[in-house]
Design a protein around this ligand. Structure first.
Ligand code: ADP
Ligand code: MG
Length: 644
């Protein structure tokens, strides 16, 4: 009995995603079944958990399973579970809408990527779940009833913009999804989803480890008939297709890489293989097994606030919770997997987990294991490591600010752009090995972009003297580099802060003498400039770090950098503007010329504009933003005119 059918529109992002599925370019269409079984299995997990928490829940928890039904005549495939089910609101919110963060961004990228392989890659990275059904079906119907409620919901759609939703009086608890398969492709026998053999193969391949039985009716040929007797009808038997063995509990040697990969896809909702699989086992007083994965691509929402962490907690094979943040720190939020602890109570709560010393110890060991896996990847599989760092490096570096215990290891597994080879990232270990004799510090510069840093005037003297500089252009670099101090006994030193001292002892003596002489020559000019530019800088001095530029801006050792200042402002923090130091190159014609003009004339008001231009140039050269760009342009235009 069905009443009050209503037609509703898909949310616009859902509509676009469905279009992608209908005109699917995704080559492995089999995965639609994996997605449906995965949802059914999740629904059974949720029901068991809910029934455990809420003893009053009026739900049937007997014989929980997933059932697959094929109708060859009607060309339908049905996946049915007796799990948690959905009410009307759930159906509208979960099936009619895409709640996944990063969807808009994903769709934009697909639109932009003209090439089919790239789009396919993106779809795989995003994972489309339930909507994958529309790759193989031209109509999908769903009947569901939420455990503990009495009224069922019907849903139907061809994926083209709208769906209908209705009330179903006699729906059983759980969810039933029926796919009306597209006409069979004569050429493509492999994709006959009404074939029992095909369906069994897909379940075996993708969903074998699902801890609930996945059953299907199969025809068993009858025994050969006795002479003269009527041939017996074949019998129908219900077969459980999957082995249901928890992968993490099986001996490692028995599990194939493919099985691990499919399991990863089930728990992560990622369609790609993981980059690395990490297994861990602890016996004794606190027994647990962990099966963790490092994905091969960062999710689109890696840097979004609300994103979840990917480790599930099980207790003795029973699913307890998703994204268990007590098991993995924020900076390793991209790690997916399962931890099965034998000695926890089934009704363990987050509050209990937070205080549990065993959990804290377990987390420590998991973190160490993940970090050491990356460390060995660096040596044994540099290609994987490169991918890892490209995808997750920015997140990992956050650990330098939060995980003091593992700081040295995090530094060890980090890579940075450097002036040594613009094509290649370097580890700190490699940097230290290349350090020049007598070099005391690990030089670095932070900034908003790699190009801006590499071309900044601050680099000049270091480049001239052959010192390598780390190019730190990630926002997070600004945060950790000041607090970390050093690596392997060598201090980090910003080349845009304080005085950079690159000279050897002998050079130093000569330089000191020269500086003194120059200070005499330039003293009056510097004093005058300091006053003229008082609004913008706190000091004007001669520089030892410039070879070709006329000027640059530097900070005091403990000053906040301009990028960091901007970041704080963006986060809504009030901050006084931090004045910096203007350094001049005493050998640059512009600076020597300025000095001559300054000494020649007694009225210096005409030079004020030049001073301002000099400051503006220094700011622009490091990628900074002028306070009053139009004034700068007017001053510059005036100068240019005079040269014509
Ligand atoms: P995902 O599984 O990644 O969340 P899906 O598109 O596969 O995305 O499913 C969307 C949501 O719809 C699920 O999160 C779940 O809440 C709900 N859902 C889908 N299938 C079922 C089902 N068989 N039983 C209950 N809820 C379901
Ligand atoms: Mg799903």
């Amino acid at each position: 009995m069905t009443t009050s059918t209503e037609t509703l529109e898909f949310q616009s992002e859902a509509r676009q995603l469905l279009q992608l599925m209908i005109h699917s370019i995704y080559s492995n269409k089999d995965v639609f079944l994996r997605e449906l079984v995965s949802n059914a299995s999740d629904a059974l997990d949720k029901l068991r958990l809910e029934a455990f928490r809420d003893k009053e829940l009026d739900a049937d928890t007997e014989n929980l399973h997933v059932e697959i039904e094929i109708d060859r005549q009607q060309r339908t495939l049905t996946v049915r579970d007796n799990g948690i089910g959905m009410d009307r609101e759930d159906v509208v919110n979960l099936i009619g809408t895409i709640a996944k963060s990063g969807t808009a961004e994903f769709l934009r990228q697909v639109k932009e990527s003209q090439d089919a392989a790239a789009s396919q890659d993106l779809i795989g990275q995003f994972g489309v779940g339930f909507y994958a059904s529309f790759m193989v079906a031209d109509k999908v119907t769903l009947r569901t009833r939420k455990a503990g409620t009495s009224e069922g919901v019907g849903w139907e759609s061809s994926g083209e913009g709208t769906y209908t939703i209705s009330t179903v009086a006699d729906a059983p608890q759980g969810t039933e999804v029926t796919l009306h398969l597209k006409p069979a492709d004569a050429e493509d026998e492999l994709a006959d989803y009404t074939s029992v053999a095909k369906v069994r193969e897909i379940i075996k391949r993708y969903s074998d480890f699902i801890t609930w039985p996945v059953t299907m009716a199969v025809e068993k040929p009858a025994a050969p008939a006795e002479e003269g007797a009527e041939p017996a009808e074949p019998t129908i038997e219900i077969e459980t297709i999957n082995s249901m063995k928890a992968l993490w509990a099986r001996p490692q040697s028995e599990v194939s890489e493919d099985e691990y990969h499919e399991f990863y896809k089930h728990i992560s909702h990622d369609w790609n293989n993981p980059l690395e699989t990490v297994r861990m086992q602890a016996e004794g007083t606190f027994e647990y097994q962990a099966l963790l994965f490092i994905p091969s691509q960062a999710p689109l929402d890696l840097f979004m606030r609300e994103r979840k962490r990917g480790v599930q907690l099980y207790v003795k094979r029973v699913f307890i919770m998703d994204d268990c943040e007590e098991l993995m720190p924020e900076y390793l939020r991209f790690v997916k997997g399962v931890v099965d602890a034998a000695d926890l109570s089934l009704n363990v709560s987050r509050e209990i987990l937070q205080q549990d010393r065993q959990i804290q110890l377990m987390r420590k060991r998991l973190v160490k294991k993940v970090l050491s896996t990356v460390k060995s990847m660096m040596i044994e599989n540099p290609e994987h490591y490169t991918t890892f760092w490209q995808e997750f490096g920015r997140a990992v570096k956050e650990g330098l600010l939060s995980d003091f215990e593992n700081r040295e290891t995090i530094l060890e597994i980090s890579s940075f752009a450097s002036t040594n080879d613009p094509e290649k990232l370097t580890s700190l270990r490699e940097y230290v090995e290349r350090m020049k004799e007598g070099q005391q510090h690990i030089y670095f510069m932070t900034g908003e972009s790699r190009v801006a840093i590499e071309r900044s005037p601050h680099m000049e003297a270091l480049r001239a003297k052959g010192f390598e500089v780390l190019v730190l252009a990630d926002p997070v670099d600004e945060m950790w580099v000041d607090s970390v101090g050093g690596f392997d006994g060598k201090q980090f030193q910003s080349i845009a802060k304080g005085q950079v001292d690159l000279d050897t002892e002998e050079e130093k003596k000569a330089a000191d003498a020269e500086r003194e002489a120059r200070q005499q020559d330039f003293g009056a000019l510097l004093t005058w400039l300091s006053t003229a530019l008082d609004d913008s800088v706190k000091e004007v001095r001669l520089s030892s770090r410039l070879t070709t530029s006329a000027a640059c801006l530097v900070g005091d050792t403990n000053d906040v950098t301009p990028t960091l200042e901007k970041m704080y402002r963006a986060m809504g923090q009030e901050l006084p503007h931090i004045k910096r130091i203007l350094e001049l190159n005493p050998t640059h014609p512009l600076v020597t010329g300025l000095r001559e003009a300054f000494t020649k004339e007694s009225d210096h008001s005409g030079l004020a504009d030049t001073a301002e231009l000099l400051y503006g140039m220094a700011l622009l050269a490091e990628g900074g933003e002028l306070g009053d760009p139009s004034r700068f342009v007017a001053l510059l235009a005036d100068r240019l005119q005079r040269t014509l």
